[in-house]
Design a binder for this molecule. Structure first.
Ligand code: HEC
Length: 122
């Protein structure tokens, strides 16, 4: 009888542990970088003008990351239209058309985009 009691305690413990792990996975299943990448290539459609290592319509992600790192700029503020362009002010008008999308994004999403872009600086 005592054994049975111990055994059921053991199973209760196991099932609790599993549930904890599940909820942990749920909230942690996306890093900011992953979220940023998803938005950059998906909803934000930033890839249409920004490639990783080559300038097309907009500067490459690597160039943006490098300049924001050295100038200590804030990409979240830029995407909220709260900060001036640091990379290529002469082409700013083209980038400005995207603020309609980025301003509708949450802080978490914008932070994700920033983390994703900055992950390309070396
Ligand atoms: C229609 C083309 C186009 C799209 C789409 C686009 N960009 Fe840009 N982007 C540009 C151009 C051109 C520049 C250079 C002008 C400038 O530096 O502001 C730029 C510059 C930038 C910069 C540097 C700003 C600075 O300080 O000078 C960031 C950061 C950026 N884009 C992020 C994004 C993100 C994030 C998205 C997607 C939500 C996006 N862009 C979508 C054209 C685009």
């Amino acid at each position: 009888m005592k054994k049975l009691f111990l055994l059921s305690c053991f199973f209760v413990l196991i099932s609790c542990k599993n549930e904890n792990e599940k909820s942990f996975e749920k909230s942690e299943n996306k890093t900011p970088t992953e979220l940023g990448r998803e938005l950059f290539e998906g909803k934000g459609n930033c890839v249409a003008c920004h490639q990783v290592n080559q300038k097309i319509i907009g500067p490459s992600i690597q160039d943006i990351a490098k300049i924001y790192k050295t100038e200590n700029g804030n990409i979240v503020d830029f995407l909220k239209n709260d900060a001036n362009p640091l990379v290529d002010p002469s082409q700013y008008e083209i980038m400005k058309t995207n603020f309609a999308i980025t301003k509708s994004m949450s802080d978490e999403e914008l932070k994700g985009l920033e983390t994703y872009i900055l992950s390309f600086s070396k």
